[in-house]
Design a protein around this ligand. Structure first.
Ligand SMILES: O=C(O)CCC(=O)CC(=O)O
Length: 265
């Protein structure tokens, strides 16, 4: 576990895997989670790639900064982590809001991006009314009353059983995120529209959907894939919004297959 201060915001990150000589993949977590959502996927890629994961601001052990945020704030943090590590031309894998951050990084620092994996995300997620309602609710009541609804979008019914300790652990993960980090990131999602950016992406791009995703359903992810020239689209079965947790083997396999076909650097 390592820390770096980017523009006075402390960001927690990890570097794992094969080391500098291999291609680098940077993973961006979703709303209400931290970098541990990648824990089951990283070991499946670690022999062949250098793997960077981090807690975006307002989540995990990273600083809160000054919410509400813009997606560009999150993307500047990500650029800061990559610059700090001395990498360029990396593969960016972002889940949900992480996919918005990935598109923003591509728009602002294309020099850092070799390929994009846009997972369970879109060019635009939800409506301003939906996000304003969610922000008002979480700021008034905290995350507790929202857990069941959120989990119903994140995980399939088969996963959401009390006997599943992992399911209960992910409820804990959500509940332990700072409310201001959660609501601040909701504001960033509300204000983000990457439609024009998506149409102009010129690096290899894979769009991943979860068959039962209640947050960014397959048809929404498909609409992103339709915008990105030459992109690939893949649906992971038996998974919802966070397939890296529910279907890590399938998730790692589709990433591997995509990266095997990348042109050489
Ligand atoms: O997961 C995200 O990063 C944002 C999408 C969302 O609304 C997640 C949820 O359903 O709570």
């Amino acid at each position: 576990m390592q820390f770096v201060s980017i523009n006075d915001v402390v960001i927690r990150y990890d570097v794992a895997g094969a080391g500098d000589r291999k291609p680098v993949i940077v993973f961006i977590n979703s709303l209400g989670t931290d970098a541990r959502i990648w824990d089951l996927v990283l070991p499946k890629l670690s022999e062949d790639f250098t793997l960077v994961s981090y807690d975006k601001r307002g989540h995990g052990l990273s600083d809160l900064g000054k919410p509400p945020y813009r997606i560009e704030d999150h993307a500047a943090d990500l650029a800061g982590v990559i610059d700090h590590l001395g990498y360029a031309n990396v593969i960016i894998c972002g889940l949900s809001v992480g996919g918005l951050i990935a598109q923003s990084l591509y728009a602002t620092r294309p020099d850092l991006v070799r390929a994009l994996i846009l997972s369970n995300t879109a060019h635009k997620i939800g409506t301003a009314d939906m996000w304003n309602e969610r922000i008002a609710k979480v700021e008034a009541e905290g995350l507790g009353p929202m857990v069941d609804g959120i989990m119903g979008r994140w995980f399939t019914a088969a996963h959401r059983v009390p006997e599943n300790a992992a399911y209960r652990g992910y409820c804990n993960m959500l509940l332990r995120q700072p409310v201001a980090g959660y609501s601040g990131t909701c504001a960033a999602i509300r204000d983000a529209d990457f439609t024009e950016v998506a149409k102009n992406i010129a690096v290899p791009t894979l769009c991943i959907a979860g068959a039962e995703d209640g947050s960014t359903p397959p048809e929404l992810v498909r609409s992103l894939a339709d915008l990105v020239p030459g992109s690939r689209y893949h649906v992971i079965e038996n998974a919802a919004h966070i397939p890296c947790v529910e279907a890590p083997a399938a998730y790692a396999a589709v990433i591997r297959e995509f990266l095997a076909q990348l042109p050489g650097e």
